[in-house]
Design a protein around this ligand. Structure first.
Ligand SMILES: Nc1ncnc2c1ncn2[C@@H]1O[C@H](COP(=O)(O)OP(=O)(O)O)[C@@H](O)[C@H]1O
Ligand SMILES: [Mg+2]
Length: 226
């Protein structure tokens, strides 16, 4: 098959991404006018090239470059599963993925867009599938799941070869079940979402209880107003 995404090669050569420590999002230092940035993560920025609209190009920072090969290998194991983007190839510092429509669950909260239970189920099924391959479905959080026509799609498979459960998805499911009705349809302001994220990133995992954490969040931000 001809790799038509290669048309984007030249534009991608101009992209430079810098990474930081402590879960901070990357910065795009230089780019090409022909590319549009469609997402920022902690390892990479993701771009769209209008002449090849079916692809998304995940460009890694120098600091995270070694993850490119790892993530490509994991995509190979996932073998075109419908729960994940497809990976079609790679360049020196990027992966070529299927462009996925939709918005992240994080953006759903910001915009007050309802997240149906089916999305939660799809992610659960995706995780089961990953486990069946002997991989570990880690790092699944609000910015790594897309709402796509009422269904869930999981992005960012780069940590599935690591050990251990970060519990992020379990905590989100718990919060969805016990808490989501309170904020359903509400546009949650970005400073509230970021404050919750910062609290969450500071927690001492040994003593963490999602019930207490959620209570604290709901008391501070979502208490009924007269
Ligand atoms: N295949 C894709 N199609 C559309 N958008 C994507 C795709 N992959 C990633 N994104 C967007 O880019 C963001 C960062 O991508 P991600 O793979 O999570 O990077 P990182 O590994 O740095 O966290 C995601 O949160 C999402 O908004
Ligand atoms: Mg990510």
């Amino acid at each position: 098959m001809i790799s038509d995404w290669k048309q984007a090669e030249e534009a991608l050569r101009d992209v430079e991404i810098v990474g930081y420590q402590n879960n901070k999002p990357v910065s795009v230092i230089s780019f090409s006018e022909e590319l549009r940035c469609i997402g920022i993560g902690t390892d990479a920025a993701v771009f769209y090239y209008p002449n090849t609209p079916n692809y998304a190009f995940k460009v890694y920072s120098d600091q995270s470059l070694e993850k490119k090969k790892i993530e490509a290998g994991i995509y190979e194991s996932l073998n075109g599963s419908r729960y994940f983007p497809e990976c079609y190839g790679s360049g020196p510092n990027y992966l070529v993925l299927s462009y996925e429509q939709g918005i992240t669950l994080y953006d759903c909260l910001l915009q007050g867009i309802h997240v149906p239970e089916q999305v939660i189920q799809d992610v659960e099924d995706a995780r089961e599938f990953v486990r069946s391959l002997g991989l570990n479905p880690r790092d699944i959080h609000l910015k790594n799941v897309l709402l796509q026509e009422g269904r869930g799609k999981v992005l960012d498979v780069s940590e599935y070869d690591k050990e251990g459960n970060d519990n992020r998805w379990e905590h989100l499911v718990w919060s969805y079940k016990h808490f989501y009705t309170l904020i359903r349809g509400v546009q949650v302001p970005i400073w509230i979402l970021e404050t919750i994220t910062n609290w969450y990133n500071r927690i001492d995992t040994a003593n963490f209880g999602i019930e207490d954490f959620s209570k604290r969040v709901s008391r501070l931000f979502f208490r009924e107003r007269k």
